[in-house]
Design a protein around this ligand. Structure first.
Ligand code: ATP
Length: 848
């Protein structure tokens, strides 16, 4: 150890501020290379990898190869515009996100001196400012801020699954001469403190850490996500649906050009000259603005949520997931209750209170914990501290949520040859370690505890044991043969907003489940008081013996899981996901971390422990269930607008493509020139950006957003067929007002007529197929109305403008317009009627 300290030119008293400043200048900030912001050009380049963009790009290349330069240029313009918008949107969203992430970033507790002679002081500094040689203190719930070598530790266990894959926390302690490959004395950046405390010297920071070294491997990426919340996460249910729909479309896009070519060759004897048209038809099918709309909707939703409710969305797609959440798992303490426990003097014996306070105080001192947890604080408030302070500290095993015990080892005044172990913790755990003359005593104590817990109090049991003094460190194996002293009972009032929030969540179609480390009876009582029927309470330990389907079944019918270890909580969350639920988890403690990671979306209040906050996707300003309700609504809002865009664009595009294919075979000329197809596509795309500003139908916000690809594709096929029918009717009108057209007469007039009809129907679809069509105001928000009006105006005026002839279009006889109006009126009526027949307002979304 000494060698390490010497090599780092430091000591247990830490560095001086001046030394730390020089080292920071030399070694650079303690940040991972990946944490650096991505530049705009890199984002633009990455946007090209979107499957739709890639297919568009390929179609553009095909057009260039056959010298269809007009088509190639318009496709290129589409690609550039969509990538630029997407890159810009993501860049803005990320900048905003980085600012917000900084607001909730953790700090490191470091020991430094103002000058060489000054006494060391513990201070909180930004993690980025740590340097090799700094002496850092670790407490439960801390993220290990750099690679450390331990100088001392008390009951320290570290969760390092992100680095090593082991799910159980690993015990850590100082080792003077470690064997090769031994890492028990090292704590690595990216891991977190599951229990206990420790002090270590920083041996590596930033890019030199082991965490940075495993970056790039799958394990590294998981770890990265754990650290900065920006890395890739598994796809959410909504994302999976959008991907499913996207890939179906891509398949269609890829088979469309060969099909068009073959049909035209077989029925019309046309050759390769049809290729640009075939390509344009495929492009016409593409919702190329999808990535832009997704980013804009999510970024707008997240920004609004931060402004109005102080909720910070650390990973943008988590907003989707929130919209789809149908089960919200919460811990009890601090979520349903206030986590401000107060000792209940009527149910607490003075002896038990004294020994519990001795345990709390001397654990705090011996393990150098920065502050007591709320239970310990309540104990110290309720006890006679002068009496408590008469002991001397020897060792401590701080509270561990897996063992549910805390132990202080003290020396009683004047008792030099003996040590006293003072143990407090969950009743079952303490009682199990006590020695009783009458075995029935144990059962009686457990029954007494259950009956007190049924009245809603939280309970600790307290016991002690005298042992001959020794120098060897104490371990959990020493906690046995204890003498029972009694119970300490605490009142923890229900959170003010919990009752209303639980009801509101139920109204939103979100089922609340409680996963707690507390006693089953205490948990059940709290639920009952909040109007949640606890049903049959399951115990965490039982979940370990069940196979995945059995646990999934148990999890879906059980409301309360009590006495859960951190691993039990995660197991239940995973089982619920396996059962097809989209699961949110709200927790703030070190015992919640695995569940936060296992959930589709992890939510943590801002005052949660560092590790929970860093592992969460969404951070609440306060631990308030009401805020979750708002966040869920914002998620649904964004998802509904994305679903709206998909429905509108795909219905319209599909209708066009069907009509183009049919007309291509019926007419002796191409029904639309490739440039016309692409220009109308560009106009429609631009107009649809306004959909990100939509206000969805309140009904769409009342249940989880679930996009079912099959139902969705079925509904757009219906709307698409209707659109195609309107197009074909327009062809009939055009044939009538432009006699001779079908015998190779007025192609330009025909093109102008269809172009106008196309843009006008698209404007109609935008207004009639929005999710928010039925908002209280009944009207679309201004940006949507303005976009639809602009689209309609372009449709009517462009063919008449000087651009018209350039694009192969000409003016039409005035009689066409009233006839077109009639077709559009019929189309609108049919669209509204068909939409009413669809199962619900948010087409494609279905109740779970
Ligand atoms: N500081 C402590 N010292 C000793 N025992 C404790 C301490 N804190 C909690 N316990 C015991 O361990 C049990 C589990 O605690 P844990 O922190 O895992 O969950 P919790 O805070 O009770 O509930 P939740 O999971 O809802 O937050 C508690 O019910 C209590 O009996």
């Amino acid at each position: 150890m000494l060698q390490t300290l010497r090599a780092l030119d430091t000591g247990p008293r830490g560095l001086t501020e001046a030394e730390a400043g020089q080292r920071l200048a030399r070694s650079g900030p303690n940040t991972l290379p990946t944490a650096r912001p991505i530049s705009l050009p890199v984002r633009f380049w990455r946007s090209l990898r979107d499957p739709f963009t890639a297919v568009l790009f390929c179609l553009g290349l095909v057009s260039a190869v056959v010298s269809a330069w007009g088509t190639a240029c318009v496709i290129l313009a589409l690609v550039i515009v969509s990538c630029a918008l997407r890159a810009h949107g993501e860049h803005r969203a990320d900048r905003a996100g980085a600012g917000l992430r900084e607001l909730v970033a953790g700090t490191a507790s470091v020991r430094r001196r103002d000058s060489a002679d000054a006494e060391p002081r513990a201070r909180e500094i930004p993690v980025d400012d740590l340097v090799p040689g700094d002496v850092v203190r670790l407490a439960p719930g801390d993220l290990v801020p750099a690679d450390l070598r331990l100088i001392k530790a008390h009951g320290l266990t570290v969760q390092q699954a992100a680095l090593t894959g082991e799910s159980a926390p690993a015990p850590k302690h100082p080792v003077d001469a470690p064997a090769a490959g031994d890492t028990a004395h090292l704590c690595f950046q990216g891991s977190s403190v599951a229990s206990g405390s420790g002090t270590g010297v920083v041996v590596a920071t930033g890019a030199d850490t082991r965490f940075a070294a495993v970056r790039g491997t799958g394990r590294g990426r998981t770890a990265e996500r754990a650290r900065d919340g920006t890395g890739p996460a598994p796809l959410s249910a909504f994302d999976r649906s959008v991907h499913g729909i996207s890939w179906t479309l891509i398949r269609f896009m890829l088979i469309t050009p060969p099909l068009v070519l073959m049909a035209n060759a077989a029925l019309r004897g046309r050759g390769l000259e049809t290729l640009p048209f075939a390509v344009a038809v495929a492009v016409g099918l593409t919702p190329e603005m999808l990535p832009v709309i997704v980013t804009t909707c999510l970024a707008r939703g997240a920004a609004l949520l931060t402004r109005t409710h102080g909720v910070i969305v650390r990973r943008l797609p988590a907003l989707h997931d929130l919209g789809a959440v149908d089960v919200l798992c919460v811990d009890k303490t601090g979520t349903l209750t206030q986590d401000r426990p107060v000792v209940d003097p009527d149910r607490t014996g003075p002896d038990a209170l004294h020994w519990a306070a001795v345990c709390a105080w001397w654990t705090l001192q011996a393990a150098e914990l920065p502050h007591p947890d709320p239970l310990d604080e309540a104990l110290l408030d309720g006890a006679d501290l002068d009496r408590v302070e008469t002991y001397e500290p020897v060792d401590a095993l701080p509270f561990d949520p897996v063992r549910r015990l805390a132990t202080a080892v003290v020396r009683e005044p004047g008792a030099l040859g003996t040590h006293l172990l003072v143990v407090k913790g969950a009743v079952e755990e303490v009682v199990e370690r006590c020695a009783f003359d009458d075995p029935a005593e144990r059962e009686k104590l457990l029954a007494d505890a259950a009956s007190a817990a049924g009245e809603g109090v939280r309970l600790l049991a307290v016991a002690t044991a005298r042992r001959p003094a020794r120098t060897r460190a104490y371990t959990p194996a020493d906690e046995r043969g204890l003498t029972f002293h009694g119970f300490v009972a605490f009142h923890d009032a229900l959170a003010d907003t919990a009752h209303d929030a639980v009801r509101a969540l139920a109204g939103q179609g979100v089922t609340v489940k409680v996963l707690t480390g507390d006693h089953p009876a205490t948990a059940a009582r709290a639920c009952r008081d909040l109007g949640i029927d606890p049903g049959e309470v399951a115990v965490g330990a039982h979940t370990a013996d069940l196979d995945a389907p059995a646990l999934a079944e148990l999890a879906s019918r059980t409301t309360v899981f009590a006495r859960c270890t951190p691993a039990d909580k995660a197991r239940v969350v995973a089982a619920l996901r396996l059962h097809g639920h989209t699961v949110g988890f709200l927790g703030d403690g070190v015992n919640d971390l695995p569940a936060l990671r296992a959930a589709d979306v992890g939510v943590c209040p801002r005052d949660g422990v560092d590790v929970a906050r860093e592992g969460a996707d969404v951070v609440l300003a306060e631990k308030d269930l009401t805020a979750i309700g708002h966040a869920v609504e914002a998620g649904r809002h964004s998802s509904a607008n994305i679903a709206s865009y998909l429905r509108i664009t795909l219905s319209s595009n599909l209708g066009n493509v069907i009509a183009m294919l049919a007309a291509g075979l019926l007419l002796p000329f191409l029904p639309m020139l490739p440039a016309q197809v692409l220009v109308q596509n560009l106009c429609f795309d631009g107009a649809q950006l306004a959909l990100a500003h939509d206000r969805p139908d309140p009904a769409a916000l009342r249940r989880p957003t679930v996009l079912r690809p099959r139902a969705f594709l079925r509904s757009i096929t219906g709307f698409g067929a209707l659109g195609a029918l309107a197009d074909l009717t327009t062809f009939g009108v055009l044939a009538w007002v432009l006699p001779g057209t079908l015998d190779l007469g007025d192609q330009d007039g025909f093109h102008a007529g269809w172009f106008a009809e196309n843009l006008l129907t698209q404007a109609l679809v935008m207004l009639l197929l929005r999710t928010g069509r039925r908002t209280a105001e009944g009207r679309a928000p201004t940006p949507i109305r303005a976009s639809a009006a602009a689209l309609a105006a372009v449709g009517i005026l462009l063919p008449l403008s000087p651009l018209g002839p350039l694009l192969g279009m000409t003016g039409l006889p005035p009689v066409y317009y009233p006839l077109l109006g009639a077709v559009l009126a019929l189309y609108a009526a049919a669209l509204v009627a068909l939409r009413r027949r669809m199962p619900q307002p948010q087409a494609g979304a279905a109740q779970p």
